[in-house]
Write a protein that binds this ligand. Sequence first.
Ligand SMILES: [Fe+2]
Ligand SMILES: [Fe+2]
Length: 207
Amino acid sequence: MQIDTLIEAFDKGLRTLWAPAQTVRPVPGQAFDDVVLGTEERRESIAMMRINHCGEVCAQGLYQGQALTAKTQRIKASMAQSALEEGEHLAWTEARLKELGGEKSILNPFFFVGSLTVGALSGLLGDRWSLGFVVETERQVAKHLQSHLNRLPPQDQKSRAIVSQMCEDELTHAKRALEGGGIALPKPVKMGMSLSAKLMTSTTYWL
Ligand SMILES: [Fe+2]
Ligand SMILES: [Fe+2]
C-alpha cells in the first residue's frame, strides 16, 4: 500500500468523524411539520438517531476499509454507489440528531476504527468475501432499522421518514452486493457480526 493511499484514507476518516456530511438527495421527511415531542419521546428519538448515526459511521469505515484493500477495480466500482448513499445516510442522521438537540456518540471514533479494520480484512480475503460481508451487514442493519421503526415515537414522522428510506436503501445495497457475487458467510462470522452490532447499539444508546 502506498503512502498517499494511507494519507487519503486518514483524511477520509477524519472527515467522516468530524466534518459535516454531504447529501445529494434531500433529507427525507422535510414535508412533515415539526411537532413538539414530550421529554421521554424526544429522549428515545435522540437515542435511536444517535445509534443510527453511529451505524452510518461504521458503514463509512467498512466501505473505506474495503476500498483500501480490494483486489480488483470491479468491486470498487460496484460498491461506489452504495458508499455514496451511505454518505447521505450519515448526513441525514446527523441533521436529524441536531434538530432534536442531541449529540453524536462519543464512541464514534472507536467503532469507526473497528469497522475500518473489519472492512480492510474482508477486502484482503477477496472480492467474494468482501461482498458477502456487505450483504450480511446490510441485512442486519435493515433488521435493526425495522426494529427502530417500532420504537420511534409515532408522532416523530421526520425521524421515521429518514429511517424508512435508509432501510430501503440498505436492502438495495445488500441486493447489489449479492448480485456482485457475495458469498454466504459462515454462521460463526454472522454471529460475531451480530454481537459487535449489539455492543454498538447498547452503548451508543447512552453515550
Ligand atoms: Fe446506511
Ligand atoms: Fe447500506
